[in-house]
Write a protein that binds this ligand. Structure first.
Ligand code: OAD
Length: 238
């Protein structure tokens, strides 16, 4: 075992109030591309940049184009949790980890058994009518082709947070509470560039801030331990 992974293991063993904050990099080892890596969604070619397709105004104006992207790129295609998701669920069951705060919309933390998951950017596993609010099963937006419509004539949308939309204030409040009371904060698989989620890091007040990310992030210099490696590989050794 690498020295830095051994150090991480020691920190985890000595903690009883761990909070995990993660992003798309947590699921790349499950086969779901992240957004900003060279092979991530934002570096693939579309008629519109993905940031624009994933915006509220674009969805309203071009639901056909949005759903072409959604069916092509946001399909989960039977993705399964990896070692990182599983380890976090294990720590929660042992009472060591209090919450997973994620920017991911793939539901893989819950699939691994995590119960207390704050999904800051919503979930692809829920859907509702953009006009009347009626709830629909996830398959309505994830399976098949084309734009799904509600009986009221409105377009059914995934329950994810589009650009131009605010995050759920209750989720943000809970995330701040967990992070500010954590004895250890592990941040993994996120570029930490999308706000307000990325700003949560500054609420941590402890002395065990750990970053596990393939590339560098703006928070590396503030961290007590930085591991630049795939998170599933790292967590499988803990
Ligand atoms: P990004 O794609 O911006 O960043 C993913 C980070 O994970 C990068 O720094 C990668 O180097 C790293 N990474 C990739 N695979 C990894 C692995 N196996 N182990 C460790 N690190 C790995 O994704 P997010 O930070 O999640 O928002 O992006 C934040 C938000 O931007 C997303 O939630 C989404 C997007 O636009 C919305 O759609 C609202």
């Amino acid at each position: 075992m690498d020295d830095s992974v051994r150090k991480l293991k020691e920190l985890v063993d000595g903690s009883g109030n761990i909070v995990f904050f993660g992003g798309a990099g947590v699921s790349t080892e499950s086969g779901i591309p992240d957004f900003r890596s060279v092979d991530g969604l934002y570096n693939q070619k579309y008629r519109y940049p993905p940031e624009e397709i994933l915006s509220a105004s674009f969805f309203r104006k071009n639901p056909e184009e949005y759903y072409r992207f959604h069916h092509d790129k946001l399909r989960l295609r039977g993705a399964q949790p990896n070692a990182a998701h599983r380890k976090l669920a294990e720590w929660e069951a042992e009472g060591k980890l209090k919450a997973v705060i994620t920017q991911n919309i793939d539901g893989l933390h819950q699939a691994a058994g995590s119960k207390n998951v704050i999904e800051l950017h919503g979930s692809l596993l829920r859907a509702y009518c953009a006009r009347c609010g009626r709830r629909y099963p996830a398959e309505t937006v994830n399976d098949g082709e084309g734009v799904p419509y509600c009986d009221c004539g409105g377009v059914i949308r995934p329950d994810i947070v589009f650009y131009e939309e605010g995050l759920d204030q209750d989720d943000m409040y809970r995330a701040v509470e967990y992070i500010s009371h954590a004895d250890m904060l592990i941040i993994g698989g996120t570029s930490l560039v999308v706000y307000p989620a990325a700003g949560l890091v500054r609420y941590y007040r402890g002395s065990k801030l750990v970053l596990v990310n393939k590339g560098e992030t703006g928070a590396d210099r503030d961290a007590d331990l930085v591991i630049h490696a795939p998170i599933g590989e790292v967590f499988s050794q803990l």
